[in-house]
Ligand binder design. Sequence first.
Ligand code: ADP
Length: 269
Amino acid sequence: RTERVLQFTNNRHAAGNRLLLVRDITRLRQLEQMRQDFVANASHELRTPLTVLQGYLEGFSDNRDSLPPRTHRAIDQMQGQTRRMVNLVNDLMLLTRLDTVDDAGDQTAIDVAALLNGIVEDARELSGEQQHRITVEAQTAVQLWGNGSELRSAFSNLVFNAVHYTPEQGRIHLRWYEDNAGVYLAVEDSGIGIETAHIPRLTERFYRVDPGRSSATGGTGLGLAIVKHALARHDARLDIQSTPGTGSTFTCCFPRARIARAPARTASA
Ligand code: ADP
């Protein structure tokens, strides 16, 4: 009888613990939801005043000849800083969306080679006088089933980082290829590289190896977090290999199940 009473008590404890656990998880989910809502609302609210500021500053900048020369530097600085804030707000909004919505909406067959050519053009513009040598090599013609704008955000963040963290005239190479296990986009640079100890933390929000350098590049500190989330929504992961002083390779690894198949032709068609 004592045994049965003990067992009854144990079962009740186990059930009680399970109930507490469920309650804890529900509470955690609610808190997480509140955090996401707060970030989404705050970013949204910041957007309007920033757009107004940008508009006025553009007006000053266009008429700089009629303004005292001592204001020119201040206008440039204010324009630079507002641009940074706009980038930050946009990245925060994108990250919240990637975080809250479970699957990548609006999926189509994406011609990755064509997407990369567009991104490289933007990267060359960003590089400007730094004259990086930027090349694309599409070793496969497979298309990817996914969300074009999310994939563009992921790939362009990697390519723009390569520009930011590679000295003038350095080499940046994009390789789109496949093997038996998957399809890959490797973004390879001959830049400053990253110490091994930092690599596991790079995709954390606002994690930076060298905060001074990153803010000089105008980065938001959210780029790699966006890459990680956008890839996860495509069942893909990010692999990072780097040697300080030599360069880095960031590889997006997609499973073969993500290859977009051409629709099968029907016999009667
Ligand atoms: P940021 O806006 O600071 O560039 P990211 O999330 O894009 O933020 O990157 C996080 C950090 O990873 C950067 O601050 C930088 O230290 C490092 N990093 C990213 N890409 C590279 C690269 N190609 N070469 C060297 N370091 C890099």
